[in-house]
Design a protein around this ligand. Structure first.
Ligand code: SAH
Length: 214
């Protein structure tokens, strides 16, 4: 794929992009802004790419599936854990619009700076970027209509569930091994009641607990 539009057409062809609003957001967010300098040529490949610190910008296919599962609506508040390049952050920000807001966490400082620079250049403003560990979510701005975790968890945290509004959705890859996770969507249908939806067969970098590495 040589252009962002070609990449979007490919995602539609694969059946992972089908909602018009989400297609528009993927069209509007040019992935080139979010890949590392030396990899611009590969920006429109449907592949993950290294962004430094052993981390990757997720495969567009995966981002499309995760965003479709989260289904963010205009005006909603979304928490993203592990924003890395900021690519998915920009797509989420488009979807919640000016009346909504994205709170995005990243625990590695150099990636926090990288993602921030990318989002500034691209021109996204309804986003608050925070250098912090999101393994317990982020209480300060809770509740959220959506929480999306971009790294593999070994279990679903109670704190994520507690930080959701009624009707809120959590999308997180969960797995006991490094190379196989199940993308899990929980919808909060009651104070202690969740509807669960699962899609197996994903591979994410691990969610790392603990203090920020400088
Ligand atoms: N959506 C991003 C994915 C980056 S990879 C993109 O497409 O660019 C996953 C990111 O999660 C990494 O940047 C990693 O540093 C971050 N991460 C891992 N554990 C974390 C934690 N506990 N809190 C916040 N960020 C975390």
């Amino acid at each position: 794929m040589r252009t962002n539009q070609e990449l979007v057409r490919e995602l539609i062809r694969q059946g992972v992009l089908s909602t018009p609003r989400i297609i528009d957001a993927f069209r509007a967010v040019d992935r080139r802004f979010f890949v590392s300098k030396g990899l611009k040529r590969s920006a429109y490949k449907n592949e993950p790419l290294p962004i430094g610190e052993g981390q990757t910008i997720s495969q567009p296919l995966t981002v499309a599936i995760m965003v479709a599962l989260l289904a963010p609506k205009e005006g909603e508040r979304v928490l993203e854990i592990g924003f890395g390049s900021g690519y998915q952050t920009a797509i989420l920000a488009r979807l919640v619009g000016d009346t909504g807001h994205v709170y995005a966490l990243e625990r590695i400082e150099s990636l926090y700076e990288f993602g921030k620079k990318n989002l500034d250049r691209f021109g996204i403003f309804n986003v608050t970027l925070i250098l912090a560990d999101g393994s317990q979510g982020y209480q300060e701005y809770a509740l959220y209509n959506g929480i999306i975790v971009d790294a593999a968890a070994t279990a679903i945290e109670d704190s994520w569930k507690a930080q959701l509004t009624l009707g809120g959705r959590l999308v997180v890859p969960v797995g006991k091994t490094r190379d196989d996770q199940t993308l899990t969507k929980l919808t909060k249908v009651g104070e202690e009641k969740f509807k669960i939806e699962e899609r197996p067969g994903f591979r994410f970098v691990p969610l790392i607990r603990g203090p920020t590495r400088i």
